[in-house]
Ligand binder design. Structure first.
Ligand code: 0YR
Ligand code: MG
Length: 372
C-alpha cells in the first residue's frame, strides 16, 4: 500500500438554507477541504476537515497538505498509520509552526484519508475495522432546527416537527443573544412545545462571560437542559470549571480543541461533563480515539461534534464504548457515496467499506474550487 499520489481538494457545499447563524458565526456554505490519497496497488482514500468555506483560508489548508505533508507521505506504506501520524505531526519544522490551526486541520484530513484507505483495503466499514459494533442503536439529536438566526416561531415549529414528525428524541438550540432574557424565552417556548421527554441541549458557541452564564443557568435549570455547550470562551479551563461547580446543568465542549492535551486539561479540572471531540479539528481519527479513550477512563460520555456532518463520527460512535448521542446536521450528506441516514431518531449503521468520506463523482466536480 505505497502512497503514490496526494491530491488536495476544496469543495464548497451549500447549506439547506440561504444562511444560518449561531452566536459567533454566520455561514452560507460548508467547506469540505481535504485530500485524495492513492496507493500504487490501486487503493484510494478520502479525508477532509470542515470549514466555513472561506476560500483564502481553505487554500492555506490545501497548501499545507500539498506542500508540507505530501512530501512526507509519498513512498510511505499507508498501513503504518500510527508512525505516519507521528511523522507528520512531529516533523520538527511543522511542529514549530503547528500543533493547532491550519496545520492541524490539514493533518486531520490526511489522517482520516489514511483510515478510509485502510478500511476500504480491508473491505469493511471503519466501525468494523475499529472492532465494533458496540451498540445496536445510536440516537441522533437535531441541531439544524435550533439556529440563532431562526425567529421564535420558526424555532418552535422546527423543533416540534423534528420530534413529532421526524422522530428525533433530542434537539439542540443555539443561545447567546446580547440579552440572555431572549434566550430564556426561546428555551421555555421550545421546552413547552416538545414536552418533558425529549432531550433539549443548548449551545452558546463561546460567546458569554462567566457572570452572564451563571445568571442564565440559575434560571435555565427549570427547563431540564441536557447540556450547556461551549458556554464560555473555548480555551477557558478555569472558567468552565467554575461554572460546572455552580450549576446543575452539565457542561459540554470540545469542538474547538485541537489536541488530546487540551482535552486532558479540561477533564482534569472537572470542567467538562460531555466530551465533544471532532476528527476534523483534532489530528484526525487517530487522536480522536486517544481523547475518547481518556474520557472513557474517567467514565465521561463522548458526544462527537459534527465538523464532518457526522459522516465519520457515525462510525466512531458505533465503535467506541464511551460514545452516546451524535449530532445531526443534514447539509452535505447527499454529496457522499454513503450518506448518513437517520430513521426514527437513530443513525443507521454504515454498510460500505471505508470511513464514509468519499464524495460522489458529481460533487467532486460541481462544488470544486481552484486550489490557487
Ligand atoms: C456554524 N455545533 C456547532 C455551526 C456548529 C456551529 O458554525 O457549524 O454552530 O459547529 O456549534 O455544535
Ligand atoms: Mg457547538
Amino acid at each position: 500500500m505505497t502512497i503514490c499520489a496526494v491530491e488536495p481538494l476544496i469543495l464548497h457545499m451549500p447549506l439547506n438554507a440561504d444562511s444560518i447563524a449561531d452566536s459567533t458565526h454566520r455561514i452560507t456554505h460548508w467547506g469540505v477541504v481535504g485530500v485524495r490519497l492513492r496507493t500504487s496497488d490501486g487503493g484510494e482514500g478520502y479525508g477532509f476537515t470542515g470549514t466555513h468555506a472561506d476560500l483564502a483560508s481553505d487554500r492555506l489548508i490545501a497548501a499545507c497538505i500539498g506542500h508540507c505533508y505530501a512530501p512526507l507521505l509519498l513512498g510511505e506504506d499507508a498501513r503504518e498509520g500510527r508512525r505516519l501520524w507521528q511523522k507528520l505531526a512531529r516533523a520538527p519544522a511543522l511542529q514549530w509552526v503547528g500543533r493547532a490551526g491550519i496545520t492541524q486541520l490539514a493533518l486531520a484530513a490526511v489522517d482520516i484519508a489514511l483510515w478510509d484507505l485502510r478500511a476500504k483495503a480491508a473491505g469493511v466499514p471503519l466501525w468494523h475495522l475499529l472492532g465494533g459494533p458496540l451498540r445496536d442503536r445510536l440516537d441522533a439529536y437535531n441541531t439544524d432546527v435550533g439556529w440563532l438566526s431562526l425567529s421564535d416561531q420558526a424555532l418552535v415549529d422546527g423543533c416540534r416537527h423534528a420530534v413529532e414528525v421526524d422522530g428525533f428524541r433530542g434537539v439542540k438550540i443555539k443561545v447567546g443573544h446580547d440579552r440572555p432574557a431572549v434566550d430564556l424565552r426561546r428555551l421555555e417556548a421550545v421546552r413547552r412545545a416538545i414536552g418533558p421527554d425529549v432531550t433539549l441541549a443548548i449551545d452558546g458557541n463561546g460567546k458569554w462571560d462567566l457572570p452572564t452564564c451563571r445568571r442564565f443557568c440559575a434560571r435555565a435549570e427549570a427547563f431540564d437542559v441536557f447540556w450547556f455547550e461551549e458556554p464560555l470562551w473555548y480555551d477557558d479551563v478555569a472558567g468552565h470549571a467554575a461554572l460546572a461547580r455552580g450549576t446543575s446543568i452539565p457542561i459540554a465542549l470540545g469542538e474547538q480543541l485541537y489536541s488530546a492535551d487540551a482535552f486532558a486539561a479540561f477533564m482534569a479540572a472537572g470542567a467538562v461533563h460531555y466530551v465533544q471531540p471532532d476528527v476534523t479539528r483534532l489530528g484526525g481519527i487517530t487522536e480522536f480515539l486517544q481523547v475518547a479513550d481518556a474520557a472513557h477512563a474517567r467514565r465521561l460520555p463522548v458526544a462527537a461534534h459534527a465538523g464532518e456532518m457526522s459522516q465519520v463520527h457515525v462510525h466512531l460512535s458505533y465503535a467506541h464504548p464511551a460514545a452516546t448521542v451524535l449530532e445531526y446536521i443534514p447539509w452535505i450528506k447527499d454529496h457522499f457515496v454513503e450518506p448518513i441516514r437517520v430513521e426514527d431518531g437513530c443513525f443507521a449503521r454504515p454498510q460500505r467499506p471505508g470511513a464514509g468520506t468519499t464524495p460522489t463523482a458529481e460533487a467532486l466536480v460541481r462544488f470544486a474550487k481552484a486550489l490557487a
